[in-house]
Ligand binder design. Structure first.
Ligand SMILES: NC(=O)c1ccc[n+]([C@@H]2O[C@H](COP(=O)([O-])OP(=O)(O)OC[C@H]3O[C@@H](n4cnc5c(N)ncnc54)[C@H](O)[C@@H]3O)[C@@H](O)[C@H]2O)c1
Length: 368
């Protein structure tokens, strides 16, 4: 493009900093508009970068209504506002870089996809680990056939103590989902993307909130514990199309350092990915287990050094969005894939509430 891409930022809290910082590293971008429903927050965020001439708005609506010059928007709001903001941008044919998780419920994710279907614009989801070389190697190994037919995957991870200190991450009305939406969606994306995002068939799930609701463990103490309305631990057993099962658990807080490594079992080999904070793409070293010449062997693949990982990945995510604007899509991380990620998270919630396994069809229909 001869001129610069004109970008609007919707939601100017924590993660908007990384969006703006990485847009500004691109020679062909101007931040022209910013919105936040908290008065003064957008102005403060933009001031911090010393930018001039930026228009400010009290919400996504005004920014988009007034945004005929916009080439794209970053939606950086908390989860419960993802759908309203993305749908409104799509209705105005403005491409969207939507932060993860897709939405707070599957119904909201569906609403975004319906709007995308009718729009000339696209939505890409903000999964920066997709751009990490080690993460891409996981996919390469799965696709190479070296593991044979993949039939079982165990994934997830989490923290011994790691409930976010920002209450928008754990209030029901803002986050909607807790550890699953914050970090679980990344573990799911790592393995599902590696195996081509098969459709989930059934989900049996469990969620708990023992730590978030306990003032001793909630980072905001008594006040935080009273406001805590989401999962701080979740587990699910998911059947995927292609006769694959997925065993998943994620934790913001527990009395253990990790619920285990990611393992992928196939008929010809297995892959172990050490437990990781995979939101920053830092997976590895990977180990492949196989039989060679009748002997059981293990091959350790050293971690590829990608330098300043998280920031570099974030910049690649921003660049991929701009490149997709230029070509008119396709989205680098499409909604069609992440819909299944959200279906699993939603399925775990619904199954836990119902106390039984739930089918994908039930989830889609919303009748259960
Ligand atoms: N990709 C990553 O590595 C990464 C890291 C952190 C957070 N996130 C995701 O980014 C999102 C935001 O996280 P955060 O830490 O910035 O949260 P935050 O609560 O700090 O910021 C969200 C901001 O959005 C504003 N907002 C809400 N609704 C709005 C609307 N309709 N119009 C304009 N502004 C609105 C809020 O007032 C708030 O300032 C979450 O969905 C989170 O999961 C992604």
């Amino acid at each position: 493009m001869d001129r610069k891409y004109r970008i609007g930022i919707i939601g100017c809290g924590g993660i908007s900093y990384a969006h703006i910082q990485n847009y500004l590293k691109q020679p062909d971008v101007e931040i022209v508009a910013a919105a936040d429903i908290v008065p003064g927050r957008a102005e403060k965020r933009i001031e911090g970068f010393g930018l001039e001439g930026v228009r400010f708005y009290p919400s996504h609506r005004e920014l988009i209504d007034d945004g005929k010059d916009l080439d794209g928007v970053s939606v950086c709001t908390y989860n419960s506002q993802h759908a309203d903001c993305a749908v409104y941008a799509l209705e105005h044919d403005i491409p969207v870089l939507l932060e993860k998780p897709f939405a707070d419920t599957l119904a909201e994710a569906k609403r975004i996809m319906e709007a995308e279907e009718k729009s000339r614009a696209f939505v890409t989801l903000g999964f920066q680990p997709r751009f990490d070389a080690n993460m891409q190697l996981v996919k390469k190994i799965c696709e190479s056939g070296t593991l044979g037919k993949i039939y079982y995957i165990q994934t997830g991870g989490g923290r011994r103590r790691g409930i976010p200190g920002n209450e928008s991450f754990f209030r029901k009305d803002t986050a909607g989902i807790g550890a699953m939406g914050d970090i679980g969606c990344y573990s799911l994306d790592m393995v599902l993307n590696a195996i081509g995002y098969p459709k989930p068939v059934t989900v049996s799930g469990y969620t708990s909130d023992y730590f978030g609701k306990n003032p001793q463990y909630n980072p905001l103490g008594k006040e935080g514990a009273e406001k805590f309305g989401v999962d701080d631990f979740a587990a699910g057993f998911i059947r995927l199309e292609g006769d694959i099962v997925l065993d998943f658990r994620i934790s913001w807080a527990m009395h253990l350092n990790t619920p285990g490594d990611t393992v992928i079992l196939g008929t010809e080999g297995a892959l172990r990915i050490p437990s990781t904070d995979c939101w920053n793409g830092s997976v590895g070293p990977l180990t492949i287990y196989r039989d060679e010449l009748g002997q059981r062997v293990q091959t350790v693949i050293p971690k590829i050094d990608t330098g300043e990982e998280w920031h570099k990945l974030f910049e690649m995510k921003i660049r991929s969005f701009l490149d997709a604007i230029e070509t008119g899509g396709p989205a680098p991380v499409p909604t069609s894939q992440i819909f299944y990620n959200q279906a699993i998270i939603d399925g775990i919630y619904r199954s836990a509430e119902l106390g039984r396994e739930i089918t994908f069809e039930e989830l889609i229909s919303g009748k259960y």
